[in-house]
Design a protein around this ligand. Structure first.
Ligand SMILES: C[S@@+](CC[C@H](N)C(=O)[O-])C[C@H]1O[C@@H](n2cnc3c(N)ncnc32)[C@H](O)[C@@H]1O
Length: 535
């Protein structure tokens, strides 16, 4: 099917274990879709009301939750009595059931069964050849309803994924979507576009998007996704990482790169959707370093990634990422959301490839993974978010911040891209002023900040004070009475210095010592969004 669906088969770079490096082949622009047939399909999908809400209404919340766990039985049962185009389309494209020509004709009346076959949507037996599913999201620009084209998943295939599988929207896709700021820019690069989901999101806030992928098959899926959502400001290009955009710069780069660390050994399956063909975390390093050559002045990159923690010789994982960013001359803010041991990491990705724990295949693969980690002295693997910025002026105060997220984010994060961009801007302003300047500022406590106090029974003074952020990373910080007092009194009326003076009186402590203690923490609260600078 790869050969059928692509005019670029054979145009991709390949990993050569003997050479130990990526072999470059030429970058190609990719072909178009059958526009008239795709327009008919789009019209039919809209008329069918093929939306997230409609499907949930058809099969209910429980079945919907079961589907996210890979269990289609409740949805299948719920649809047994359901009729109408949306139900037929869900049976075909989500549950992977064959649909007879007559029913397909009713579900897609303009396109018809013949048109569906000509577009490569179904085979001669009425089985779906790809996954077409509705998607809904809300960002600062409002709500969107899209249809996403990708390859059939394990559920519909009834087995393991092939190596050239094109992934649909998954958890990591949603996380990256939330990491994309909503401030409008001129140009965006979507590196490793897959089914095209990030181009749809990024395109809402950009005049033009260039989306790249190594996989011609992925670009075919992305092209269909874009056409089905009538988005034409995205240019698709095929090639390895930044090769298709050599010499070009963008205001924003977004990427959920194929960062999964995979042993480069015969017999270890390679999945294009998750593995960029490098050794260890070299692909993330390459994406980070390469951003310097492809960002406009002040431009930002928003990435997901893995980084290896290595033994004494190799170093701390976050410090390694920090070094890549520093050497590239970029600003960077790296947030580690999870850290796994080599064994946990291997298990996660071997299972993701469809191999069950306890089988001989699993044991053999786990040994390969652990050998590969041992060869580089890997002790753990971090996962998280990387935001980069090309400094807009040579004398700008650099930001090189790495942190481990203290409180786990419940569910899919929202709006973290805007939050981090606000943090970068707050850093620029606060880093440029000395403590006297900071003392003269009037700050406001952010509207999403609440305070929590715990007391021993009968005690007058709290034993624990916590400040909690409702948005952003939902950070919680421990505060003492002085910091909580300063945050509480920050309502834009008094300056920081006036509040510190009043607190020193109240707490009967030395004002200078209190100032020295509080001001660095105030800077941190400004960068992390607990305290807001006047606009
Ligand atoms: C994890 S998927 C991300 C897909 C999509 N952007 C998302 O957020 O859901 C990574 C994508 O990178 C592509 N890819 C793999 N190796 C690549 C390489 N060396 N250069 C460019 N893209 C690559 C894969 O084909 C895949 O579509």
């Amino acid at each position: 099917m790869r050969g059928d669906s692509s005019c670029n088969a054979g145009a991709s770079p390949v990993y050569s274990p003997s050479a130990g490096k990526i072999m470059q082949r030429p970058v190609r622009l990719t072909r178009g879709v059958d526009a008239p047939l795709t327009a008919l399909l789009r019209a039919d999908l809209l008329a069918a009301g093929y939306t997230v809400d409609r499907l949930r209404q058809l099969w209910g919340d429980e079945a919907d939750a079961a589907l996210t766990r890979g269990d289609r039985v409740p949805a299948r049962r719920a649809l047994q009595a359901a009729e109408g185009p949306a139900a037929e389309l869900a049976r075909l494209f989500v549950l992977g059931e064959p649909v007879a020509d007559e029913a397909l004709g009713r579900a897609l009346p303009s396109l018809g069964a013949e048109g569906a076959r000509a577009l490569g949507l179904v085979d001669a037996h009425g089985r779906a050849l790809l996954d077409l599913r509705p998607y809904a999201a809300i960002d600062a620009g409002g709500a969107v309803q899209w249809v996403i084209a990708s390859d059939l998943g394990e559920l519909a295939l009834g087995g393991a994924l092939p190596p050239d599988h094109v992934l649909g929207v998954g958890g990591a896709s949603l996380t990256l979507a939330a990491l994309i700021p909503t401030e409008p820019v001129d140009s965006v690069l979507d590196l490793g576009t897959g089914c095209g989901i990030q181009s749809l999101h990024a395109g809402r806030h950009a005049r033009r998007v260039v989306a790249t992928d190594l996989s011609a098959r992925a670009l075919d899926r992305a092209r269909l996704t874009l056409a089905l959502n009538a988005v034409d400001a995205v240019e698709l290009r095929q090639g390895d990482l930044y090769a298709p955009v050599a010499g070009e710069r963008f205001d924003r780069i977004v990427s959920n790169p194929p960062f999964v660390i995979t042993p480069r050994r015969e017999g270890v399956p390679v999945y294009e959707y998750r593995d960029g063909g490098r050794v260890g975390d070299a692909i993330v390093e390459e994406v980070v370093r390469g951003a310097a050559e492809h960002l406009t002045l002040g431009g930002t990159a928003h990435l997901l990634g893995n980084w290896e923690y290595r033994d004494a010789l190799g170093g701390d994982g976050l410090a390694r990422v920090r070094r890549w960013i520093d050497e590239a001359g970029l600003d960077g803010w790296v947030v580690e959301r999870e850290r796994q041991s080599p064994a946990e990491y291997a298990a996660t990705w071997i299972r993701d490839g469809g191999t069950r724990v306890g089988t001989p295949e699993y044991d053999a693969l786990a040994a390969e993974w652990l050998d590969d980690f041992a060869a580089r002295g890997v002790t753990a693997v971090g996962f998280g978010y990387i935001v980069l910025r090309r400094p807009s002026a040579p004398d700008a105060v650099r930001l090189l911040r790495t942190e481990v997220l203290g409180s786990p984010l419940g569910g899919t994060p929202t709006g973290i891209g805007d939050h981090l961009l606000a943090g970068l801007r707050a850093h620029d302003r606060i880093a440029a002023i000395d403590d006297a300047g900071l003392g003269a500022l009037r700050l406001d406590v952010a509207p999403d900040v609440t305070e929590e106090r715990h007391y021993w029974p009968g005690e007058e003074n709290p034993t624990v004070i916590r400040l909690r952020q409702g948005g952003g990373f939902a950070r919680t910080i421990e505060a003492d009475a002085a910091l909580a007092g300063l945050v509480g009194a920050s309502d834009g009326e008094l300056t920081v210095a006036e509040i510190v003076g009043a607190l020193a009186d109240l707490l009967e402590v030395d004002e200078g010592a209190l100032r020295d203690d509080l001001l660095p923490r105030v800077r941190e609260l400004v960068v992390t969004g607990f305290l807001l600078l006047a606009v």
